[in-house]
Design a protein around this ligand. Structure first.
Ligand SMILES: [Zn+2]
Length: 221
């Protein structure tokens, strides 16, 4: 009887696809919409401070909707799909054979409190599961100590000034100094955020760094 009721409830509350609105797959991203993902070539995207940066797709259409949905509209279930897009790209790279410590770009505590979560931490944890724990997340290795302004309105020079000394490594993680670190973020625009994070990590003895972003703005191509 309970099973029957659950089945009825399941039919009534079928999840709708956040992208096309259909509920055939009972998923926030249906198979059809997922398969429309256009991946960038499976190779290094940029170099920032001598560090390789990889990027899975361009920030437009459904990728844009996905990132914004998770980041601003509390669509937390989208974290899995953002991670899956990253993982489906990542597994085609030779570098994916290596083990990495996943370091999501931190938010300033006040902003995280306001949003209730750091979207990139959610993505990192889903990515970790997809790698079957080959990569592990460490969200506390580096923190944001400056309440930076949103970057999208600023020029490159203003972005650099805005992000200057914005991060600080946290004591107690020296054990990771020999580990390979993978910084992950949602959008690559000018690379200023990554540059500042890389600099902070390098200055504190974390040398083996690589970056991976879900997307890049069309200007960055
Ligand atoms: Zn769909």
């Amino acid at each position: 009887m309970i099973e029957f009721l659950l089945k009825i409830a399941g039919l009534l509350y079928k999840k709708r696809c956040y992208f096309c609105g259909k509920s055939d797959d009972n998923s926030v991203m249906c198979k059809n919409c997922y398969e429309k993902t256009e991946f960038l070539p499976y190779k290094k995207f940029k170099t920032v401070n001598n560090v390789d940066v990889y990027c899975a797709a361009v920030y437009k259409n459904d990728i844009k909707k996905l990132i914004r949905g998770l980041k601003y509209h509390n669509q937390r279930e989208l974290a899995y799909f953002q991670a899956k897009i990253m993982y489906d790209y990542w597994k085609n790279l030779r570098i994916s054979e290596k083990e990495f410590l996943l370091v999501p770009v931190p938010l300033f505590p006040k902003r995280e409190k306001h949003r209730k979560y750091n979207h990139m931490v959610l993505v990192a944890k889903e990515f970790e599961k997809l790698t079957q724990d080959k990569c592990r997340t460490e969200e506390h290795l580096i923190k944001r100590i400056k309440n930076t302004k949103p970057q999208y309105k600023l020029t490159r020079k203003e972005r650099e000034e805005n992000l200057k000394n914005a991060f600080e490594t946290v004591a107690g993680f020296e054990v990771y100094k020999n580990k390979s670190i993978l910084i992950i973020d949602d959008i690559f625009t000018t690379g200023v955020t990554l540059k500042e994070m890389i600099k902070t990590l390098q200055n504190n003895g974390f040398g083996n760094i690589c970056c991976f972003t879900t997307s890049c703005s069309e200007h960055a191509l």
